[in-house]
Structure formats: C-alpha cells, structure tokens
Ligand binder design. Structure first.
Ligand SMILES: *[C@@H]1O[C@H](CO)[C@@H](O)[C@H](O)[C@H]1NC(C)=O
Ligand SMILES: *[C@@H]1O[C@H](CO)[C@@H](O)[C@H](O)[C@H]1NC(C)=O
Ligand SMILES: *[C@@H]1O[C@H](CO)[C@@H](O)[C@H](O)[C@H]1NC(C)=O
Ligand SMILES: *[C@@H]1O[C@H](CO)[C@@H](O)[C@H](O)[C@H]1NC(C)=O
Length: 285
C-alpha cells in the first residue's frame, strides 16, 4: 500500500463524461453522501473498501484464483439521461501494465445485445510509460467507435472528444435510453498494453484505483415518464451553452487533437473502407 501511495506516477484528474456530448459549467452539489446512497457493488464485494470517513472508495485487482473474476466494480443505483457526470479517479501507480480502470455509462448491467454505452477506459502501462485513455460509443449493441489519446497530463474540463448528436434517424448517438454509471478495475493483459505484449505483473498486486467526489448534474430517470424526456428551456442541458463548446474549449480540444490522439476510428480506412456516417460531422456546429 505504501508503495502505491508514494508513487510519483499516480495520475490524478477529473474524468468527465458528458452524455449530451457537450460541455458546460457545473456547480458542485457538495453534499456528502455515503457510497450506499447512490451505488452498489457489481462483483467482488471483498475487493472494495472505503476510507474511514467513507468519502474515498478503493477497488482492487489481484490474482485471487478463488475468485471467478478478479477485479471489482460498482454502479449507480439510478439511471440518467443527459447531464454532467464527474468523479475524481486515482489510477494505479507504478507498473500498471495490463490493468484497465474503467469509467463508463451503460444502459444495462452487462454486455447485452441492445445496450447503449459510453466508455472511458484507462489502459495501464509499465512504470514511466504513459497511460492511454480509450473512449468508445455503443448504440443498440454496436460499438467500434474507439479513439485513443495519450494521457501525459490533464486539466479538468478539457474536452478530449466531441461526439455529435446530429438528430436524424439512424444517427449513431446513444441518447434514447437512460444509463447507469459504472467504475471498475480488471485485468486485460490480452489487449490493453502495447496490444497485449505487456502482461500484468502479479508480483505488484493488489492493483488499487480510487474514486471520490462523484457528482451528477443531470436528469435522473424516473419511470414511467421522466421529467427530462422532452426539451424544455428550464434545465441547463437544454440551453445553448450546454450544446456547444466555448472558444477556450475549442482551442483546448484542437490542441488535444493535434498532440495527443494516437488512434481515431474515423481515420482508419483499413478497418472502415466506408467510414461511419458520423465521421463527416463537424464537432463545432
Ligand atoms: C444519491 O442518493 C440520495 C439518497 O437516496 C438521493 O437523494 C440523490 O438524488 C442521489 N444522487 C444522485 C446523484 O443520484
Ligand atoms: C498469478 O497468476 C499467474 C497466472 O495464472 C500465476 O502464474 C501466478 O503464479 C499467480 N501468482 C500468484 C501470486 O498467485
Ligand atoms: C436493436 O438491436 C436489436 C437486436 O440486434 C434489433 O432487433 C433491433 O431492431 C435494434 N433496434 C433498433 C432501434 O435499431
Ligand atoms: C505504453 O508505453 C508504450 C511505450 O512508450 C507505448 O507505445 C504505449 O502506447 C503505451 N500505452 C499502452 C496502453 O500500450
């Protein structure tokens, strides 16, 4: 544990998922709630821990051969449509090759054939080598919209990816179904680091990622007819600013595109001889 806490390579930043593919200022709710108010454990209860005051949550991964699946994950009890979702993640420090720390939203608790999903996956690396962040989008069970960025440094609220809602039929934008928010840690050394060449070094286990300051400024789903199903002008996510980047954000976004993108499915014509339709949409309008 001490080894991890003192590591210089630990990255601390706010990972932000914006379901409406937009950015806006968010006001922190600031209320201290306990884990059980808003979350439940998905698997491996014994690989989950909180700090004494309950405000920091730890997920750990080891190769406990007794466990059906090592690693751990938690999810929100509520589902949401539209909004600003944020949490501070502290990734595994030091040699984290093979380990994936995920922060994602999904309409289901599982890989169902009709799920919509938005992924942020942090791919670990050997000591001193950069983490990568892989993002992806699923609509009705179909994904394949990966981008990968280097994660050299991070500034809160810098948009790394803009994914446009073009608002037409068959638009590949996951906006119809409410989603849970998930966090998890797992072993993916068959693909995560240098394409699976770098294996997880279990001598360094347990691998621990931590989480705090979960915040949602969004539309919580309520059956049968949620308040947020139609557009009003009452909520911040219905305002122009929520659907567009500011000039500063555009500059930051352009810088990220130039300097940190290492994979973009929209440029991968070997994989997609005919590029998916959304690739031709401008992120700016
Ligand atoms: C968290 O749980 C509390 C208590 O059930 C609830 O009032 C609140 O709306 C929940 N927060 C979110 C962001 O879902
Ligand atoms: C962890 O798992 C690997 C692969 O299954 C095995 O070779 C290794 O001995 C295990 N290590 C420990 C500490 O259990
Ligand atoms: C979603 O996927 C399911 C299963 O593949 C399919 O039957 C259904 O028609 C799809 N729905 C839409 C709206 O495309
Ligand atoms: C890990 O580091 C290597 C060497 O710098 C780099 O090529 C790779 O993209 C990094 N990240 C992952 C997840 O493989």
């Amino acid at each position: 544990m001490e080894r991890r806490a003192s590591s210089m390579e630990i990255l601390l930043f706010t990972a932000t998922l914006v379901a409406a593919a937009s950015c806006s200022s968010s006001q922190a709710a600031g209320s201290k709630s306990s884990f059980d108010d808003n979350f439940s454990i998905m698997w491996s209860e014994d690989h989950f821990k909180t700090s004494e005051d309950g405000q920091i949550w730890y997920l750990s991964l080891d190769n406990d051969t007794e466990a059906f699946e090592s690693g751990c994950g938690f999810q929100t009890k509520q589902r949401y449509r539209f909004g600003w979702f944020s949490m501070k993640l502290k990734l595994v420090g030091g040699d984290s090759a093979g380990v994936v720390t995920a922060y994602y939203m999904c309409t289901e608790n599982g890989a169902g054939p009709e799920r919509d999903e938005l992924d942020f996956e942090f791919l670990g690396n050997r000591s001193g080598q950069p983490y990568l962040i892989q993002t992806n989008v699923y609509k009705n069970g179909t994904g394949g919209r990966e981008m990968r960025h280097m994660l050299c440094f991070f500034v809160d609220k810098v948009p790394v990816r803009v994914y446009k809602n073009a608002d037409y039929a068959n638009n590949f934008f996951p906006n119809e179904k409410p989603m849970y928010l998930f966090s998890s840690i797992w072993n993916a050394d068959d693909w995560a680091t240098r394409g699976g060449l770098e294996k997880t070094n279990w001598k360094n286990a347990p691998f621990v990622s931590s989480y705090k300051e979960f915040n949602v400024e969004g539309c919580q789903w309520e059956d049968p007819y949620p308040a947020c199903v139609s557009t009003t002008t009452k909520n911040w996510w219905d305002q122009y600013e929520a659907w567009h980047l500011s000039d500063d954000q555009k500059m930051d976004f352009a810088w990220i595109q130039r300097n940190l993108v290492i994979y973009d499915y929209c440029k991968d014509t070997e994989r997609y001889p005919k590029l998916p339709e959304e690739c031709s949409l401008s992120p700016w309008e």
